[in-house]
Design a protein around this ligand. Structure first.
Ligand code: KIV
Ligand code: NA
Length: 270
């Protein structure tokens, strides 16, 4: 029986061996990722990479809970964190606590994550003080893309750099045990990582973070688009296309199923 990685374990990894993190949305994939990862995130990216939504705005609490339950069935070692979707935590600390508690009790996950702007200090503090392990998420916040005019890396101006640093410091002071930094340059990632005492987990945020995360479907090449920060470790789109083309041709020429795939039953009724 392996022991599950806890929020305290993740927090203690600050400045040590980099944290290996990936997203997961279903049980079989979680089972494959679990031996390799410290943290599995049930990201609201599920709306885009699994459900085909154009953004994460349409993702619901029920979707996150359903996918969180599936991932928990597949993973028994990595810490599983579940994203709080747009609209489920911004209104008040009380709203955030209620929905986070629901996610935790219905999925059994070990932590939740919120996209944490500078306003989110009270919300993180309210949850953290009531025994909810919280991960912050600063810099490029996908749930803010519509309000900000798109997915844009953060830190082109001094004011913007100061704001991302402030977001991270606020999340840390409020009690987040780790902070995802998305879409910033090397310098800014280095500065934030050197400033906060909890681990930073980068996505499009350089190697100057205490860990890395990618959307699993992106790194496996499920899609033919590749944002700058994604490294493709496989090309599942091509490999799936080739496999399905072979299946289609074998069905059409009747070479599948062959004798190997057919039951041979000895009849018992004479
Ligand atoms: O939703 C997601 O997948 C994320 C990360 C990749 C950090 O928030
Ligand atoms: Na997310």
């Amino acid at each position: 029986q392996t022991r599950r990685i806890t929020a305290a374990d993740i927090r203690a990894r600050k400045g040590l061996e980099p944290l290996v993190c990936l997203t997961a949305y279903d049980a079989p994939m979680a089972r494959l990722l679990d031996p390799h990862c410290d943290l599995l995130l049930v990201g609201d990216s599920v709306g885009m990479v699994v459900h085909g939504l154009a953004s994460t705005i349409g993702v619901t609490l029920d979707m996150m809970i359903l996918h969180g339950q599936a991932v928990m069935r597949g993973a028994n070692r990595a810490l599983v964190a579940v994203d709080m979707p747009f609209g489920s935590y911004e209104k008040s600390p009380q709203q955030a606590f209620e929905n986070a508690a629901r996610i935790m009790s219905e999925t059994g996950c070990q932590a939740i994550k919120i996209e944490s702007g500078t306003y989110a200090g009270d919300t993180i503090e309210f949850m953290a003080q009531r025994s909810i392990p919280v991960i912050g998420h600063v810099g490029l916040r996908p749930q803010a893309a519509l309000a900000e005019g798109g997915f844009k890396a953060k830190g082109k101006t001094g004011a913007e750099r100061d704001r991302v640093i402030e977001e991270a410091v606020i999340a840390e002071k409020a009690g987040a045990f780790a902070i995802v930094i998305e879409g910033v340059d090397e310098e800014l990632a280095r500065e934030i990582t050197g400033t906060v005492k909890v681990p930073t987990i980068g996505i499009g945020a350089s190697g100057h973070c205490d860990g890395q995360i990618l959307v699993t479907q992106d790194m496996l090449g499920v899609f033919d688009w590749t944002p700058k920060f994604v490294k493709r470790y496989d090309n599942m789109a091509e490999r799936t296309d080739a496999a399905v083309a072979r299946y289609a041709s074998e069905v059409r020429d009747r070479s599948f199923p062959s004798g190997d795939e057919v039951y041979t039953l000895r009849r018992i009724d004479g």
